[in-house]
Design a binder for this molecule. Structure first.
Ligand code: DQA
Length: 152
């Protein structure tokens, strides 16, 4: 089974970008940690980052035909604005988990609304880069349950 991890705008700058908020880890470090854990649990994992809304919509849509079983997404700033990413997630109907590094509820008012949260299985927010690891644990649980259901 394959998990696709999608990172939105400016997350390519992790490590340099506001380290007081987002921490010192680079995106490649986060991806590497996730890859190790996914492999240990028998899952394939693929990573995609883009600063462009339409490219993220394409990556979500492609999940319908590229063997993806579940999506972990940090839509970054697009969380608060993007109806097209929300609609794409609703359209593909794959298990999807929303992730945020920072605790968006404790930040500026404009970050407190997510257009994405209503269409995902759940949201993990505020644990620093460890949010991704928690999301991966949750996704593995969801997909293992689905697999067990199919074998019944
Ligand atoms: C973020 C929170 C967003 O509000 C912000 O625009 C980001 C990162 C997070 O992971 O904490 O770019 O999604």
């Amino acid at each position: 089974m394959k998990i696709k991890v999608i990172h939105g705008p400016n997350l390519n700058l992790l490590g340099i970008r506001e380290p007081n908020i987002y921490g010192p880890l680079k995106l490649e470090d986060i991806n590497k940690n996730m890859e190790t854990f996914a492999k240990q649990n028998g899952f394939d994992i693929e990573f995609f980052q883009s600063n462009h809304e339409g490219d993220i919509v394409d990556a979500i849509q492609e999940s319908l035909t590229d063997g993806t079983n579940g999506i972990i997404i940090n839509p970054a700033a697009l969380t608060h604005t993007s109806i097209s990413i929300r609609d794409a997630i609703a359209a593909v109907r794959l298990p999807t988990i929303e992730v945020h590094i920072s605790n968006t509820a404790a930040r500026e008012e404009f970050r407190q609304k997510s257009l994405i949260s209503p269409v995902v299985a759940g949201t993990i927010t505020g644990f620093g880069p460890f949010s991704y690891h928690l999301a991966l644990i949750a996704m593995i649980q969801i997909l293992n349950e689905l697999k067990q259901g199919q074998n019944k």
